[in-house]
Design a protein around this ligand. Structure first.
Ligand code: S3P
Length: 182
């Protein structure tokens, strides 16, 4: 079974768009966990947070990730920015394939999410200035993202360049996984 390519990392690091490009290059399907949750519930993520709260959203996220991780097909998965903080998600995704964490400088993340039409409820918590909230949440999550051994900083590169780097890192790791052990 081919290891899946799993993109993780903070909001605004490019997981969905880089994931789509990488999937097209590999000729594999692409699934974004948030898009899957929205398709199943008929609600955008920010409405799920507003109507049912974060705990409910995290339950849906865990169920979707467990199911995607078990699929018997080659797949590129983009996991929502908070998914990896959950141990069950981390284990399921790590067993399913090769994790690649996308990162970006807080200022770049702030610019990207400010431009996005997709409201991020976790960044609105506490009513803090965006830069401050991003830095705070990044530091809370540093240990979770730090568990992923491949990190690609997308701050100063194009989406295509990021996809290229993701594929290169993924392919090198995949080859190593397939080498017979001595
Ligand atoms: C979240 C990130 C979002 C989405 C939800 C929570 C987070 O996904 O899952 O708003 O906790 O970081 P993206 O990383 O795709 O924006």
């Amino acid at each position: 079974m081919e290891p899946k390519l799993v993109l993780t990392g903070f909001m605004g690091t490019g997981k969905s768009r880089v994931g789509q490009l990488a999937a097209a290059r590999l000729g594999w399907p692409f699934i974004d966990s948030d898009a899957e949750i929205t398709a199943r519930t008929g609600k955008p993520i920010h409405d799920i947070f507003a109507d049912h709260g974060e705990t409910y959203f995290r339950q849906l996220e865990r169920a979707v990730i467990a199911e995607l991780a078990m699929r018997m097909q080659p797949l590129v998965i983009a996991a929502g920015g908070g998914a990896l903080t959950d141990e069950a998600n981390f284990r399921a995704l790590e067993n399913a394939g090769i994790l690649v964490c996308l990162s970006a400088r807080p200022k770049i993340i702030a610019e990207r999410v400010a431009k996005s039409s997709d409201p991020r409820p976790k960044l609105l918590e506490g009513g803090k200035p965006l830069d401050e909230r991003i830095t705070e949440l990044l530091s809370e999550r540093a240990a979770s993202y730090g568990r992923v051994s491949i990190t690609i900083d997308t701050s100063d590169i194009t989406l295509e360049q990021a996809a290229e780097r993701v594929i290169t890192a993924f392919s090198a790791r995949r080859e190593r996984r397939c080498e017979p052990s001595a």
